[in-house]
Design a protein around this ligand. Structure first.
Ligand code: ADP
Ligand code: FBP
Ligand code: MG
Length: 519
């Protein structure tokens, strides 16, 4: 079943013809609930897999879709110059650079524009192979190359003419400060002196009370030592036109946006508006979300830290449950549409008996429901621990049309509901149960990045700056099969990445918990 849906999904991928610097994303508002929404770049021309050269057409279409928008697309005469970033050097004295670019004779260590990273690395010999992602019904393998991230030998912005801005949007995520810090340090290495932070997300472009924050190595030196965002975050805010007005008024020509799907939809719209106004502004994204719900990339920064931090809550729930007579611990973790945090945290802990995620439907009540299984666990083990993701089981709760300022659905509290229904159930069947509920969600999000995320953020921040100087725009940076790559933004925002209930990872989680189906 998984392979069939993948075949269908990839038919869409196979048929795109986009090749434009100013791609117009027709989605007026990104709708996180539209899970099966087609890719922003999907075209309607189907590929004829009986054609002897269909692979060539697929490859050409793929190349078009993953082509990185570049300043020369609208400014064909845009001048380039040798990079002021030397991969061989250690941190230079930035004041040496403007007007005094070193000769390029001895330089090396740059990324060639034609360097590529493989998007898919597994050859599935059959559509029935576990996790098979097939392009055609026979599951033929076709190379899908995306662009390698990193410093280029030629740059399209003179550092002394750059005014760079950083903005952090959406919810908090461990590592935001690490990325801000690294963007600033790398910009300075290129020779940029005008660097500012936009306070409180996109709102900072329109709210006259909010003034931009000057950034430098001195300002950002130690910001990674604490969680949150030096610049503040927000949801909602001004429209695209107002944001671009703000960019023009402030003379910003490099914009680094740190955020999730919504922020990237905004970045895409900003880029398109800049194209329309013929502004030479590079808009570069760095995907931020503890939910890990961004398409195509291995993972997003902050996710590992969130999973690690969740262990403390899970362990507390476990200790409480095991120390009580008929103890039941319930932990709610974030994940509006995607259950990655709950799945990974459950797997990592080995202490969870029941993991509930948005992608897998379940019943609480009834003979096959969660509650009767909890009764079984109490009778056989004496205690139980449940991990429930924020977006899980929303069909069991009263519907709400509430949205946050960004238009994201605001869900009912499945954690509290599960706790209440568990207490009620055990009361009604006359079995003692000591139910303890832990909601650590904001504690997990506000903490400082762990060491591995810290390094990840460093590389992402550096590559974001390299992408801007290379003249690209409307791109975001991420890892693909452990290599760093640039993705055109429309390719990663069409819908949130979800846990595949047929995946081996979810199966591993089930083997760890030992839980049955609850339907
Ligand atoms: N489709 C969209 N077009 C333009 N801006 C958007 C869009 N969706 C969200 N935004 C803006 O992006 C910012 C962050 O979005 P949000 O969904 O809250 O967080 P995240 O980026 O983490 O998903 C908000 O300021 C919001 O107004
Ligand atoms: O309370 P807030 O700030 O709206 O954040 C809650 C949201 O944060 C998230 O963890 C991440 O959301 P974003 O990626 O949009 O920031 C969601 O799963 C959750 O719904
Ligand atoms: Mg989001």
């Amino acid at each position: 079943m998984a392979s069939i849906s993948h075949v269908i999904a990839l038919h869409g991928l196979a048929t795109s013809t986009r090749c434009s610097y100013c791609f117009n994303n027709s989605n007026p508002r990104f709708n996180a609930k539209v899970k099966a929404q087609s890719s922003a770049s999907k075209s309607t021309t189907p590929i004829d897999f009986t054609h002897p050269h269909w692979k060539n057409k697929f490859k050409a279409d793929f190349e078009d879709r993953f082509r990185l928008p570049h300043v020369t697309d609208i400014f064909p005469d845009a001048a380039s110059m040798p990079s002021t970033f030397c991969p061989k050097m250690r941190t230079p004295r930035t004041s040496d650079f403007p007007g005094n670019y070193p000769l390029d004779d001895d330089w090396h260590g740059y990324i060639n524009d034609n360097d590529r990273v493989l998007l898919k690395t597994i050859y599935y010999s059959s559509p029935t192979s576990a996790g098979a992602e097939c392009i055609d019904p026979n599951c033929n393998w076709v190379e899908q190359w995306i662009h390698r991230a990193g410093p280029r030998q030629k740059i399209y912005f003179k550092p002394e003419e750059v005014k760079a801005a950083i903005v952090t949007c959406g919810g908090l995520c461990p590592g935001l400060n690490d990325v801000i810090r690294q963007i600033v340090l790398t910009l300075e290495i290129y020779g940029v002196t005008k660097i500012v932070g936009i306070p409180f997300g996109y709102r900072g472009f329109s709210d006259k009370e909010l003034t931009e924050v000057p950034l430098s190595r001195k300002v950002v030196q130690n910001i990674h030592l604490s969680g949150g965002s030096l610049l503040g975050v927000s949801r909602g805010g001004p429209g695209v036109s107002e944001i671009v007005d703000g960019l023009e008024e402030r003379g910003i020509n490099m914009l680094f946006v740190l955020g999730g799907n919504g922020t990237h939809a905004g970045a895409n719209a900003i880029h398109n508006e800049c194209c329309k106004r013929r502004l030479k502004i590079s808009v570069i994204g760095v995907p931020k979300t503890i939910d890990n719900d961004i398409l195509l990339m291995d993972k997003t920064f902050g996710f590992d830290t969130a999973v690690e931090e969740a262990q403390r809550a899970i362990n507390s729930a476990y200790i409480e449950a095991h120390s009580a007579y008929h103890g039941i611990g319930i932990v709610k973790l974030m994940g509006r549409d995607s259950g990655f945090i709950a799945m990974h945290a459950s797997l990592a802990s080995g202490q969870i008996d029941i993991c509930l995620i948005p992608e897998v439907p379940f019943n609480l009540h009834g003979p096959r429901g969660v509650l009767s299984y909890l009764k079984y666990l109490i009778e056989t083990k004496g205690s139980a621990v449940v991990c429930v993701a924020e977006g899980a089981g929303q069909n069991l709760l009263q519907k709400t049309n509430a949205t946050d300022a960004s238009g994201n659905a605001v869900y009912r509290d499945i954690g509290v509901y599960t706790q209440q229904e568990t207490k009620k159930y055990f009361r009604e069947i006359g079995v003692h149960a000591d139910v303890k509920y832990i909601d650590p969600t904001y504690m997990i999000r506000a903490c400082r990045a762990n060491a591995s995320d810290g390094i990840f953020c460093t590389v992402l921040g550096q590559n974001a700056v390299h992408g801007a100087f290379a003249g690209y725009s409307d791109i975001t940076v991420g890892t693909c099969n452990t290599h760093y790559a640039y993705f055109p933004i429309p390719e990663v925002i069409s819908h949130p990445k979800l846990v595949d209930p047929n995946s081996r990872m979810w199966h591993r989680c089930l083997t760890s918990t030992g839980q049955p189906d609850f339907i």
